[in-house]
Design a protein around this ligand. Structure first.
Ligand code: DGJ
Length: 724
């Protein structure tokens, strides 16, 4: 890995990519190149633009026209920070509403420094890494004099680049910031496809591939969270690319609030990405001596197709996003009470559940919603984080759980508040929104105003008190509605337009103050299923409940889409009571995620118990190395074919697992599946026909599942190295 500079050219290189910038003679920070490692080049070649209409400027002091140096063209050149006010209309990185009323913003390069390590933050989630190198550029706006620190961080062993931005006001006047993107990337491709991962509740992250049209296409969330509707993870790929071939770029943001991924195809067929927090209804008043930090953008390039791109994100998330020490740690098999009994339980019924869950191999029991305040349905008690002692003896339940050898987990929803709660009665100002005749509810609840420091402090205190009083090993952190009524009763007028940004920061403060004071507790994120499946959440909670849809066939699509941007170790998936397939198929599908159970365990038949026990022993044999830590390959998409097929190989290539799921009946068709990723020179036995073949054979011939397959039949095949 190296970051080098010579003649104001800055090179970020490792074995996967070169990223090249240039501080030109006008001090414009130009973007020269991003792609496969590059040896030789000349600035003149990488900046050449034939059109000459916008290659001059007028100096009003001298009353003279000049030609820009270094082939700069104010309409077409590729830059790192695109400013508002000039000829560049492809979307700006930053826009300041200046004191003179104009939106003329123009950031010029001042200096750089290179250092070991990566930027950190007290308010935002950030990548953690010891072995990396960063280059920080200082730029300054010509009119407002705002100072921008723009930092790129690279690792030797990863194709992923992190870009961090902070804006300082070191002037005497406040600065009215209207837009600031975490990433601007001008690409040299003229034809690209956009992948977005859209959906709804129980339909999250469906894959959609479209050609990038002319004009501006926006993938965004204005729901106050990353949302079910769009996901911050997006891909751009050459039209001929597929899983194993072609150029592609992936983008994500360490952020859980409103976001905006903007891709513009301009008049010269070039493509610009602007990516950051949503700028609609956003502005931020930066007072003298204040600064604002923006979410880190992480992005990656692959010239070997989409599987390689996904694997680079998977590794990066496991190594540098999820809390340190989580990756590689054993994850117990979870049993969650929700789909079995919802809020209808007693101390005895939960103890019965625990006993039965233990029989099928569960190792951690989670008591979901309904244990606090006076909550028996979803109309009350959010905000009252104390035990409903009339309903449940929590200590007895936890002691029993530990006595029978299981860990214990508890559900919370700290970012919400019901009107029917003591907290609301004492603090109606904790609710987001104007207190007037019509305030939007979602699932009968208000959103807690997490921009209000007092509200955050109160709720953190309550949650921490439960975690400090009871012996709790795991927390499921839910969030069951979108943000609306964007008005904080706490913030002054000059901070209202930043309410989404400040609420997201308040939520991160909650995460930090609860998670960091309980390092031995394992946290799982959730938002009505997968409404907050993002890197901001993953920075604190290493796994996220992927969807409330637990029908395994629907789950195939949801898990498949989620896997493009997120490793299997983050995709929380359970075997449910849904009757569309056998327990065997349900558990095969849940196995390609974190794996757990969610049904009434006292109702299982003996044969169902046997099927589940078998998968529990497979879990211990193979899940950690192959699923949680391995390299995952998508082999067949349920969106484009009748099969879902994924293959995951342990890092040291001694074990692998294949899941083949059939959707409609297709008789005795040939179904060839080639299996990449094994060591070509090693021999492996497979559990399908018990034959021993080389990695080379599996990659080139593969397996042929020619046999009768009914709807939703699944085949799970283990591969294990045979040593001589
Ligand atoms: C939504 C979650 O996704 C479910 O798993 C469950 O925890 C409910 N909320 C509880 O209210």
């Amino acid at each position: 890995m190296s970051i080098k500079t010579e003649d104001r050219i800055f090179r970020l290189d490792n074995k996967y990519f070169s990223y090249i910038l240039y501080a030109d003679k006008q001090n414009i920070l130009r973007h020269l190149y991003y792609g496969n490692p590059l040896n030789d080049f000349e600035v003149d070649d990488l900046t050449y633009i034939a059109r000459d209409w916008s290659n001059t400027y007028y100096n009003a002091n001298e009353e003279k026209e000049h030609i820009y140096e270094d082939n700069y063209n104010s309409m077409a050149s590729h830059v790192e920070v695109a400013s508002d006010g000039n000829n560049d209309k492809k979307g700006s990185t930053i826009c300041i509403h200046q004191k003179d009323g104009s939106f003329y913003t123009d950031f010029r390069y001042e200096s750089y420094r290179i250092y070991q390590g990566a930027p950190k933050s007290d308010v935002l989630p950030y990548i953690h890494s010891k072995d990396c190198e960063s280059i920080e550029f200082t730029l300054r706006d010509i009119l407002s004099h705002a100072k921008m620190l723009l930092t790129f961080t690279i690792h030797e062993d990863s194709p992923v680049i992190t870009r961090s931005t902070e804006l300082f006001n070191d002037s005497d006047d406040s600065i009215d910031l209207n837009r600031i993107m975490s990433l601007t990337l001008d690409l040299s491709n003229t034809e690209l496809d956009l992948f977005n991962f859209h959906g709804d509740w129980a339909l999250e992250r469906f894959v959609e591939r479209t050609k990038v049209p002319h004009g501006t296409t926006v993938i965004s969330s204005r729901y106050g969270r990353s949302s079910h509707v769009e996901n911050p993870f997006c891909i751009l790929a050459t039209p001929n690319s597929n899983e194993n071939y072609g150029e592609c770029y992936g983008f994500n943001l360490l952020w859980s609030g409103n976001f905006r991924f903007e891709v513009t195809k301009g008049r010269y067929q070039d493509i610009r990405v602007n990516y950051g927090i949503e700028d609609t209804n956003f502005s931020y008043l930066l007072k003298p001596n204040e600064s604002i930090e923006l979410p880190q953008a992480i992005f990656s390039y692959s010239s070997n197709g989409l599987n390689h791109l996904s694997q680079s994100f998977h590794d990066f998330i496991r190594n540098h996003i999820v809390p340190e020490g989580c990756f590689g740690k054993y994850r117990p098999i979870i049993f969650n009470s929700w789909e079995g009994c919802f809020m209808d339980f007693t101390t005895d019924s939960i103890i019965n559940y625990m006993n039965s869950a233990k029989e099928i191999g569960a190792e951690l029991f989670v008591l979901d919603d309904g244990w606090f305040g006076h909550r028996n349905d979803d109309t009350s008690s959010l905000g009252d984080w104390y035990v409903n002692t009339k309903k449940i003896d929590l200590k007895k339940v936890i002691d029993h759980c530990h006595n029978i050898g299981m860990k214990f987990g508890l559900w919370f929803e700290p970012e919400m508040i019901n009107a029917d709660s003591d907290l609301y009665k004492a603090h109606p100002e904790y609710v987001l929104g104007h207190r007037m005749s019509e305030m939007c509810l979602g699932r009968h609840q208000f959103v807690l105003d997490t921009a209000n420091d007092n509200a955050v402090t109160d709720v953190v205190k309550q949650v921490n008190s439960i975690l400090d009083t009871y012996d709790i090993d795991y927390v499921k952190w839910d969030n069951n509605r979108e943000v609306s009524d964007n008005f904080s009763q706490y913030l002054n007028r000059d901070r209202q337009e930043s309410v989404d940004y400040l609420m997201t920061l308040g939520t991160y403060r909650m995460y930090r103050e609860i998670v960091e004071s309980h390092p031995s507790i394992f946290f799982e994120g959730c938002a009505s299923g997968g409404g907050k499946f993002d890197l901001g959440v993953l920075r604190y909670f290493p796994q996220i409940w992927c969807s409330d849809e637990t029908d395994p066939v629907q789950r195939l699509y949801i898990q498949y889409g989620t896997g493009y941007g997120y490793p299997l170790s983050t995709i929380s998936s359970h075997v449910s009571k849904c009757p569309v397939t056998s327990y065997q198929s349900k558990s095969n599908i849940a196995f390609f995620g974190t794996y757990g159970y969610e049904f009434n365990p006292t109702k299982l038949t003996d044969s169902e118990k046997e099927e589940l026990k078998e998968n529990a022993s497979r879990y211990h044999r193979i899940h950690q190395d192959v699923i949680l830590e391995g390299d995952m390959y998508r082999l067949s998409s349920p969106f484009d074919s009748n099969y879902f097929c994924e293959f995951s190989v342990s890092k040291n290539k001694d074990k692998a697992l294949l899941l083949f799921a059939n959707i409609l009946k297709e008789g005795n068709y040939y179904r060839f599946v080639k299996l990449p990723g094994l060591d070509p020179d090693k021999m492996y036995i497979n559990s399908y026909d018990n034959k021993v073949r080389s990695g080379n054979y599996y990659a080139n011939v593969g397996m042929n599942f020619i046999r009768w397959l009914n709807e939703f039949d699944t085949i799970l095949v283990e591969f294990e190295e045979v040593k001589e």
